[in-house]
Design a protein. Structure first.
Length: 304
């Protein structure tokens, strides 16, 4: 009987020590999970979900980069829209001035040409608008002002025929990639036929004013109306592009948050579950220490 008792006591002691060690490790793991908010700091602790975790993290990081780029794209488009709206106001003034000249509101004197040249200069300045130090209407040549303004904007080579004599930007458009499968084909360039018509109309009106020829002034007026209609359409297109970018940003944000939630299910600590386990571990550890204390109270005589 004494042999059985001694063997049983030794086994209890050994089991108790092993339990204390296991529970201490469990407590340490649980405390780390609560303090870090993560189940583990190693891939080995993801229980076979490493591939899913890595994929989701990669997608989240990619979406973040697209969101950041698209925020810049949106701001660039909004700056473009403001510039186009400014140009529309300038063209309205140019159109009104031509009407006044044809109706005799302004006589054949320096007033018409002086005012029209001021409008042309303002139009050129708007086309040389920059965003973050880069010219918006120069195509890919973003470091070059697209419209020649010094000493003055060059006139059309042939009276009343639109051309790009004033343009010094690139012939290639900037392409904005919103996400893997969506692109917006470039921003509007200053050599677009819209602006060719506007500049050609202004230069033609100078000749009509100089010759006091209403037919030439009428042709200039028709040309500027055509350019204005194009300008309004281009502004509407930029507005549509802004909406497309906003929609894309919203979709990317929602997808990123969804992926983040899935990643959380894989890697984030379940606070309730871990807290419950910590409580259980603490109870077990306390009981183990009590058992250990009881064993330590045994005397040598108990084993003889």
């Amino acid at each position: 009987m004494a042999i059985v008792t001694r063997a049983s006591t030794a086994q209890i002691f050994s089991n108790n020590m092993r339990n204390i060690n296991d529970v201490q490790q469990s407590l340490f793991k649980g405390q780390n999970q609560i303090s870090s908010g993560k189940k583990t700091d190693k891939f080995s602790g993801l229980n076979g979900q490493v591939e899913q975790f890595v994929f989701l993290e990669d997608r989240i990081n990619k979406l973040i980069r697209y969101e950041e780029n698209n925020t810049i794209n949106k701001a660039r488009l909004e700056t473009t829209k403001l510039a186009l709206q400014d140009m529309t106001e300038i063209v309205d003034d140019m159109e009104d001035l031509m009407v006044l000249r044809r109706n005799g509101g302004i006589g054949k004197d320096a007033a018409f040409e002086q005012q029209m040249r001021s409008f042309v200069k303002s139009l050129g300045a708007s086309l040389n608008t920059t965003f973050e130090g880069k010219f918006l209407f120069a195509g890919t040549a973003t470091n070059t002002p697209p419209v020649i303004t010094e000493p003055e904007i060059p006139k059309s080579h042939t009276l009343g025929v639109p051309d790009t004599s004033y343009y010094q930007g690139s012939q290639e458009n900037i392409t904005m990639r919103l996400e893997d499968t969506i692109e917006i084909e470039g921003l509007l360039r200053a050599d677009d036929s819209t602006f060719q018509n506007l500049f050609a109309a202004a230069f033609q009106s100078f000749e009509g004013d100089r010759l006091n020829d209403d037919e030439i002034l009428k042709a200039a007026y028709n040309l500027i109306q055509a350019g204005k209609d194009q300008l309004i359409a281009k502004t509407a297109q930029v507005s549509a592009d802004i909406v497309a970018v906003e929609t894309t940003i919203e979709r990317q944000e929602n997808l990123r948050l969804y992926y983040k939630g899935v990643v959380g299910e894989v890697s984030d600590t379940d606070i309730l579950e871990v807290s419950t386990q910590l409580s259980v571990d603490q109870t077990i550890l306390q009981a183990s220490f009590q058992a250990f204390a009881t064993i330590n109270q045994l005397r040598l005589a108990d084993f003889l």
